[in-house]
Design a binder for this molecule. Sequence first.
Ligand SMILES: Cc1ncc(COP(=O)(O)O)c(C=O)c1O
Length: 441
Amino acid sequence: MSEDATNFDRRSMLKTLTAGAVCTLAAPGMAHSAPQISAAEFPAFPKGLSPESLAGDESFWAKVALFYDTAQGIVNLEHGYWGKMSRPVQEAYVDNTRMVNTDLSYYARKHYKDDERVSTLKVAKALGAREDEVVLTRNATESIHNLIRQYNRLEPDDAILYTDIDYPSFKDTMRWLAASGNLEAVEVKLPAQANQQQILDKYIEAFDKHPNLKLMLLTHVSNQHGLILPVAKISAIAKLRGIDVICDCAQSWGLLDFNITELNVDWAGFNLHKWIGSPVGVGALYMKKGSLKKVSPYPGESDPKNTSVSARVHTATVNFASILTLPAAIDFHNMLGGANKEARLRYLHALWASEARKMPHIEVLGGSDGESCSGMGAFRLVGRTTLEDAKNLQQRLENEFGVFTVVRVGLSSGCCIRVTPQVFTSANDISQLLIALKNLG
Ligand SMILES: Cc1ncc(COP(=O)(O)O)c(C=O)c1O
């Protein structure tokens, strides 16, 4: 008998098999991940406040922080690695993990595809994309690596472009691509501090200098210092010149509130485990409808009519529970509000960066205008740009001042310390960083 012909009643059978497991009561196709809070339980949004005004309301954000488990002993300002699940999302994930671990292949072979589709739809909708433009991956790296490696329009002597602020692994992949295809690799160096126009000018200068450019990597928010790039404008000019753009949105989605169509790019890679707050192990690959031709299917996959974005990856066995928990993560994110999150994170950045800019011994890196600054930022001691300088600084912050940060290596101007608050970070936490910054002189 085929699996589909099995006439077990799934609900009653799973109930019997896993008595007590809440999640197995869910119907197939309805993610086993309904958020476990309702809007009514969420702190009331003070009436009439814009996201920017709400951003400074410590009592509101203290209530939001109650939805997250709190770590003791250190002020953690290194939330650019991955995000913390809110407690309702974590509970959904635990339930989903228990269900998958109980029902195993019976669930995976019969019902996972339906539930995965629910999650994909939810991600596509949250991104402002069509369902057939998105495939789930394991992380942003899988999405971007596939786009770079499977791009099929390069010929010897074409040029490909990336910048110093791009993600180190992707710069390596671009260098590998250039070396393996006899291509010219163009690395643009962006200034240590820049505004939107200066960034745009740098790209235009590179486009003018290298008329043989065919493909470029463009990072929406840099993992080095949180610089926001004017992606839509750069992409519009690139398109006019016949340059294809792969956009890295690993740090931007959820840190910034945007819709994929606003970026004006055909291809982008995301994850949901940083700023959307999903369990670790979920990414997404976006390919605009009609743009599949230039990116071959994953080796061995076939898509003769070029209609399936899902043929661009082959993820095989995944963390089923992470994917099942996506709807809960997106619901929580939406409940808090993308614009509110972005404004709060920008506010926390401004709290320390605006003071630090006045300190003669500190160099703040990244955006030099509001539009170019995100919640993530970076700094170093003036003139101290080596890896050893940055490592010492990170250690001093941790050991002398109880503030945890991370060293970033990759900017052409030198190494730095990245500072990344989260929505549960308080103004008091930022004060602790400011005390440290003052005393580092
Ligand atoms: C800008 C940027 N791109 C890509 C990645 C890789 O993301 P993932 O870990 O989801 O593969 C990161 C991770 O820190 C990042 O900051």
